[in-house]
Each structure stands twice: as structure tokens, then as C-alpha cells.
Design a protein around this ligand. Structure first.
Ligand code: SF4
Ligand code: SF4
Length: 376
């Protein structure tokens, strides 16, 4: 754990990417109850971004938090996201529109959003970081940070380029700890090397660590503590050295109450609990998944004539296998196979990808299996 930024009162933050909903609108009354309970119990950190719930998250924060609490009672984080600026000149008007939407005069933290190797070049070209540092000098931002989705090497490069960055938000949970795609542990090590406190996002992996396999459920139940599956996942993240705050997106009051119950007087995992998490991780890892390491050789060394995102499809199919997460079908249709990208079923079995695969995977057969599930 990390005790920097004393204005952040605890190790637990309210992630407002998911909020209670009434159809397509935020359930403001329930959000008010949740925010009140959160603040009454000594918490103060709220996180949003313009894209969350199509801009409705920022507006709901104004109604529920900024209009009802004095500014010293809460900390608010917002983010600069790539699709909302094409040039340097677009950044300040967009930033002002975010302050207005949230009903505040400054953000406590402002993050360069979802940084990766590709969009970092755009942020650099548009002087996004420099603009944020200027806004900090003007008092409109208290601290500049970034949120991140790429390899530890890319994170190291960004933090070396911009040592002024004060805090980093990464995806971190017990299943992504050693995941070859996410590499949570190594990203945390890069943050430690650069002396940057860490904000954790997705501690329960988008809810996937709540509904866990029966055998894994039994491991937690055998602890006899009566704690929720979410509690072990969130406390796993908060127990790591260098973590400053763990965000949780909550979609109803019951989830808020549960989270507050174990984060109010936060205690790091003890040895028994840590051992249980290791066992649960092993149970997940024992599920028959495709051992693709996301090295991308199959698509980079061999250009698939059908432009099939093989590692992306395998990762998506693995999530369905491990977490029974059928929501992955939407990601498959809308992202992995959008535009000119081929579906798994489009494979013409030329075999070029298999020659390039260092794991010797039977890619053609595996794509057929994936197509049966993801295209049904
Ligand atoms: S075998 Fe299928 S997936 Fe592999 S390169 Fe050929 S068309 Fe692409
Ligand atoms: S080459 Fe093999 S291991 Fe590497 S991304 Fe492609 S399928 Fe996965």
C-alpha cells in the first residue's frame, strides 16, 4: 500500500463507469443513496470519463455529488480521451466542457486516458501532456496522471518521456497478475521503478471474479469468513505495495454496502486468504483454454489473407471458456471482426499462421471451435 496523496482518504474509490441504471438512464436516486453512504463512511474519491455511459456519468456526478456536497468533501478524476480531440486546439474547449458537465472548477486528478503505443503518439503530437501540465499551473487540475492498457515496455517509455506524470491507473486483479496480455504485475513493477503511485481499475475483472466456478467458490467458502468473492479480489489489489487506491464500479446499493464493509477498516489479505486466492487462480488456469501468448507472430510475420485477428479472437474465446462471459460476443462482433477484419469462420485454411506460431497451435481447428461459439 502507498500513503502518498493524503487528500485521498482511503484505499477505495467509486468508479463511475458503471452506475445504477433505469433503462438507458442513470438511476439518480439510487446513485444519491450510494454516494451518500460512500461519503458518510469516510470515502471521497470519484472517477469518471466523458465516454462513460455516453456522457451521462459526468452529468450524473454533477447532480449527485457536485451540486450536493461542498468541494472539499470529494475528489474528482476525469480523463482526456482520444476520440474527443483531433488537434491541440481541441483540448482546452473539451476540458472546459468536462468541468461544466461535472459542475466543478477544477479536477483533482486528470488522466491521459487508455494510453497505448498507438494513441500515445497522437497525445504527443497534440501536446496533450504539455497542455495538462499547463492547466495544472493554472489551478484547473491538481494532479496529472495517465490510465494505461499496453505492455510494461510501453508504460516505461511513456513515464520516461513524461516524468512529470504523478499517478498511473492500471488494470490489476489476481487473474491478470501474470496474464501475458495484460501483465498487471510487470506494469505495477514499472510504476514502482518510476516511483508512481497506482490506481487500480477492474479489480474484479468486469465482474468476472464474482461469478466464479463452483470449485473456486468452495475455496473461498471454506475460509469461513462469510465474505463476498468481490471482497477477496478488491483486497488482493489493495494489498499490493505501491497501490494507492482501488476503484470499484458498482451498479446497486447492495454492492456499495458490501464494498464499504471490507474497505472501511481495510486490512491486507492474510496468509490464509492469499493461499485461497492462489488456489482459485489455479482452478481458473486449469480450465481448458487456448495457450496463445498474444505474441502476434501469426498476424505480423504472416499476413493473414483474411485479416483475422487470431490472438484477439483466442483471448475472447478464452474469456467465454473461463468466465462463461457471453458478453464477449458483442466485443467479437463490434470490435474484433468490425470493418475489414475477418471473422473466425472466414479462415480459408491456408495454414500460413500455423507456420509462424511458436506455440505450435492448431490455429485453423481452434478458429473453427471459436466460430461455433462466438458466431452462434
Ligand atoms: S489459416 Fe486461416 S487464419 Fe491462418 S493465415 Fe490462413 S486464412 Fe488466416
Ligand atoms: S502466433 Fe500463436 S501464440 Fe502467437 S498470437 Fe498467434 S496464435 Fe497466439
Amino acid at each position: 500500500m502507498d500513503n502518498s496523496f493524503p487528500e485521498i482518504k482511503t484505499f477505495f474509490g467509486f468508479g463511475c463507469m458503471r452506475l445504477p441504471m433505469n433503462g438507458s438512464e442513470v438511476d439518480i436516486e439510487q446513485f444519491k443513496d450510494m454516494a451518500d453512504y460512500f461519503i458518510e463512511n469516510g470515502f471521497n474519491y470519484f472517477d469518471t470519463a466523458h465516454g462513460y455511459i455516453d456522457g451521462k456519468s459526468e452529468k450524473a456526478i454533477k447532480v449527485v455529488v457536485s451540486d450536493r456536497y461542498s468541494r472539499d468533501k470529494f475528489l474528482l478524476t476525469d480523463k482526456l480521451t482520444e476520440p474527443y480531440f483531433k488537434t491541440e486546439e481541441d483540448i482546452r474547449p473539451f476540458f472546459q466542457s468536462q468541468l461544466d458537465a461535472c459542475g466543478v472548477e477544477y479536477f483533482d486528478f486528470y488522466l491521459m486516458h487508455a494510453q497505448n503505443a498507438g494513441n500515445f503518439e497522437h497525445f504527443k503530437k497534440c501536446r496533450a501532456y504539455e497542455t495538462a501540465f499547463d492547466l495544472k499551473k493554472e489551478g484547473k487540475i491538481r494532479h496529472v496522471g495517465l490510465s494505461f492498457h499496453d505492455s510494461p515496455e510501453v508504460l516505461d517509455k511513456i513515464l520516461t518521456t513524461y516524468p512529470e506524470v504523478e499517478i498511473v491507473q492500471i488494470q490489476f486483479n489476481y487473474m491478470d497478475y501474470e496474464d501475458p496480455g495484460v501483465q498487471s504485475r510487470r506494469c505495477l513493477e514499472v510504476c514502482r521503478k518510476h516511483g508512481k503511485p497506482v490506481i487500480v481499475m477492474e479489480p474484479v475483472k468486469g465482474g468476472n471474479l464474482v461469478n466464479i466456478p463452483e470449485a473456486a467458490q468452495k475455496v473461498f467458502e471454506d475460509l469461513g469468513d462469510g465474505l463476498s468473492n468481490a471482497s477477496y479480489a478488491i483486497r488482493f489489489a489493495a494489498s499490493q505495495e505501491g497501490i494507492r487506491i482501488v476503484l470499484s464500479g458498482m451498479s446497486d446499493f447492495a454492492q456499495m454496502k458490501d464494498n464499504v464493509s471490507f474497505m472501511k477498516d481495510f486490512k491486507p489479505l492474510d496468509e490464509r486468504e492469499q493461499a485461497a486466492i492462489t488456489k482459485v487462480t489455479e482452478i481458473f488456469m486449469g480450465i481448458d483454454t487456448i495457450p496463445c501468448t498474444s505474441c502476434h507472430y501469426c498476424v505480423e510475420q504472416n499476413h493473414c489473407p483474411m485479416n483475422i485477428d487470431i490472438p484477439g479472437i483466442f483471448s475472447c474465446f478464452n474469456k467465454v471458456k473461463m468466465y462463461n462471459d457471453m458478453g464477449q460476443k458483442g466485443f467479437y462482433n463490434n470490435v474484433l471482426t468490425s470493418g475489414d477484419k475477418g471473422k473466425a469462420s472466414a479462415c480459408i485454411e491456408c495454414g500460413g499462421c500455423e507456420e509462424a506460431c511458436p506455440q505450435h497451435l492448431e490455429i485453423r481447428a481452434l478458429l473453427k471451435e471459436a466460430a461455433e461459439v462466438l458466431e452462434s
